[in-house]
Structure formats: structure tokens, C-alpha cells
Write a protein that binds this ligand. Structure first.
Ligand SMILES: Nc1ncnc2c1ncn2[C@@H]1O[C@H](COP(=O)(O)OP(=O)(O)O)[C@@H](O)[C@H]1O
Ligand SMILES: [Mg+2]
Length: 288
């Protein structure tokens, strides 16, 4: 393994994030090539966490843009501080000042930075997380494409801002809709799936260090079993870690029907899924 990649993998682990060689390689290349990374995968497999951890190990700011339906330029790029502009305009009018309002109230002083502009202007270059981009509309994707192509934002009243050094950009998607080919082509792509059994054991070990090895394995096996059933909300890593923490806090010695029954709310998040698992029988989980 390339020594830089090996080192990055070790740094991630020290920040309590377990990444395999393929994932680490993409992260390394993203940094070297200055390309955004698009990460897709089911909920709770560590997409958001990875961006936070990358900022932590690079020792730079972490800037997050959470996407949602209707997200627009005024919330992603920049906006004007309307109340402040209004106040200035009123003062000018009341005081009969001679200033030309139209130019004076469109300056830096009245500018509100939103995450994308902030990411361009912060130095050293931060890590920018554009989280759950599939939730935003297609028009927003077009805007994003422009941003990712140039790392530049033009504000007609002020001028253009370009990043001295482009931020490291991580986009995530839970695949609730398909993203455009243009956006995909711009990025290095990672499909982040549920981890293998061994990797999941390793993650829980890192995150819940006090828990006995045998319990970690029982929890991992039970969670993996549940992922094979067609649940509405299959448990992700967040759930297996929560569950492991609960089992530790309750001083459970061994996973059995009763302890699973009492803590199932850590793993399953809908009544329908609980019903489904009861029907299957809890024994399938602790004997799995
Ligand atoms: N590879 C991993 N190493 C360490 N912790 C992980 C890993 N993957 C997931 N986690 C844990 O699972 C939790 C959920 O991950 P998150 O980033 O919110 O998932 P996603 O964004 O993919 O839905 C995180 O808080 C983190 O503690
Ligand atoms: Mg997330």
C-alpha cells in the first residue's frame, strides 16, 4: 500500500473512523487532485461522519450545507442582510443624507455568507460537506455544478470571489433520487455500503471500548441479520453503536431474548419494523 494512503488510514483510525483501503485511496486522491467526492450509500454507514473526521485530521474548519427541498442560492451561497439595509436606507432618508443608497447598501457590510461562499473565503481551505444532495431540487444541482467547476462565486454588486485554495468537498446522497450525470462526472465516486462483519466489529470496538468482545460479535450478527429482512428502516452503524452502548450501560452479560426486547428501540425506529421482528422471533437474533 502507498505509504501516504497507509498514513491517512492510520489518522482516520486515530480519529475513531474505520476506512478500508479503497475508501482511503479515494480520499487521498481527492486531496491531491482537488476533486470533490460523491459518496452514496444507505443511511447510517458513516458518510457524514467521514467529512467531519477529514476536517478534524486536516486541522481545518468544517463547513456543512444540509440540503433540503427548496434549497436556493440565498441559503447556499449568500444573502443580503435586509433589516440592516432597511435601517440604513431609513437613516439616509430621514437624515436627508446625500449618499446613493442603491450602491451603499450592497457592500460587504450587508453581505451574509452562506456555506458555499464561506467555504471559498475560509483559509486554510476547509472541508465542505454538502450533505444529502439528493434532497435538493435539480435546479440546485445546476448551481452546484457551476460552483464545483470554478470554485468561484460572482456577486453582481460586489464582484467575484475565488478560492485561493479550493476546499475539500464531500457530497453525500442517500439515493432518494438520481443525480445528474454532469454532477457525477465532476466527482470521484464512492459507494459506501454496510461494513463487513469484521469491519463492523472493529468499529464498535473503537466506539464502545468497554464492551466484551463476545457481546460485540453478538450485536453485530444480530444487526446484520436484521439488515437482511426487508425493514422500513434497516439499522445502520449509528444504530449498532447505540445498541452496543445501551448493552454496555445496562451491564448486560449476554445477549438474550429479554435484553434484546428491552433495548430494541436502539436498533429499530418504527412500530412496523418492531412488529416484523417480533413476528420473526427474537430468538433468531440472539441465536444468530
Ligand atoms: N467506518 C466507521 N468508523 C467509525 N464510526 C462509524 C463508521 N461508519 C459509521 N460510523 C458511526 O455511525 C454513525 C452514523 O454515521 P453517519 O455519518 O451519520 O451516517 P450517514 O451519513 O451515512 O447516514 C456515526 O456517528 C459514526 O459514529
Ligand atoms: Mg448523513
Amino acid at each position: 500500500m502507498n505509504e501516504h494512503i497507509h498514513r491517512l488510514q492510520e489518522e482516520l483510525r486515530r480519529a475513531r473512523y474505520v476506512a478500508d483501503q479503497a475508501l482511503t485511496t479515494v480520499l487521498y486522491l481527492a486531496g491531491r487532485l482537488g476533486r470533490p467526492v460523491l459518496m452514496e450509500g444507505p443511511a447510517g454507514v458513516g458518510k457524514t461522519e467521514l467529512a467531519k473526521v477529514m476536517a478534524q485530521i486536516r486541522g481545518v474548519d468544517f463547513i456543512r450545507l444540509q440540503c433540503y427541498e427548496g434549497l436556493d442560492a440565498a441559503h447556499a451561497l449568500y444573502d443580503w442582510d435586509y433589516p440592516k439595509q432597511l435601517l440604513t436606507a431609513r437613516t439616509v432618508i430621514e437624515g436627508h443624507e446625500q449618499r446613493k443608497i442603491s450602491t451603499d447598501i450592497y457592500t460587504e457590510e450587508y453581505l451574509i455568507e452562506r456555506p458555499l461562499l464561506k467555504a471559498l473565503r475560509s483559509q486554510p481551505a476547509p472541508v465542505l460537506l454538502i450533505d444529502e444532495v439528493d434532497r435538493a431540487d435539480e435546479e440546485f444541482e445546476a448551481l452546484l455544478l457551476e460552483f464545483l467547476a470554478e470554485f468561484q462565486i460572482t456577486i453582481p454588486e460586489i464582484g467575484s470571489f475565488r478560492a485561493q485554495q479550493p476546499p475539500m468537498v464531500i457530497l453525500t446522497s442517500n439515493r432518494t433520487r438520481d443525480l445528474s450525470d454532469a454532477l457525477r462526472r465532476r466527482c470521484l465516486y464512492v459507494w459506501l455500503d454496510y461494513p463487513s462483519l469484521e469491519r463492523e466489529v472493529e468499529i464498535i470496538r473503537l466506539r464502545v471500548p468497554g464492551l466484551a468482545e463476545e457481546l460485540i460479535r453478538q450485536i453485530t450478527r444480530a444487526v446484520r441479520q436484521m439488515r437482511q429482512w426487508s425493514l422500513l428502516k434497516p439499522p445502520g452503524m449509528a444504530e449498532s453503536i447505540d445498541w452496543a452502548q445501551a448493552i454496555e450501560k445496562l451491564d448486560v452479560r449476554e445477549l438474550d431474548e429479554e435484553s434484546i426486547f428491552l433495548t430494541l428501540g436502539c436498533v429499530l425506529k418504527t412500530q412496523e419494523d418492531m412488529e416484523f421482528v417480533y413476528q420473526k422471533g427474537l430468538a433468531l437474533l440472539w441465536k444468530s
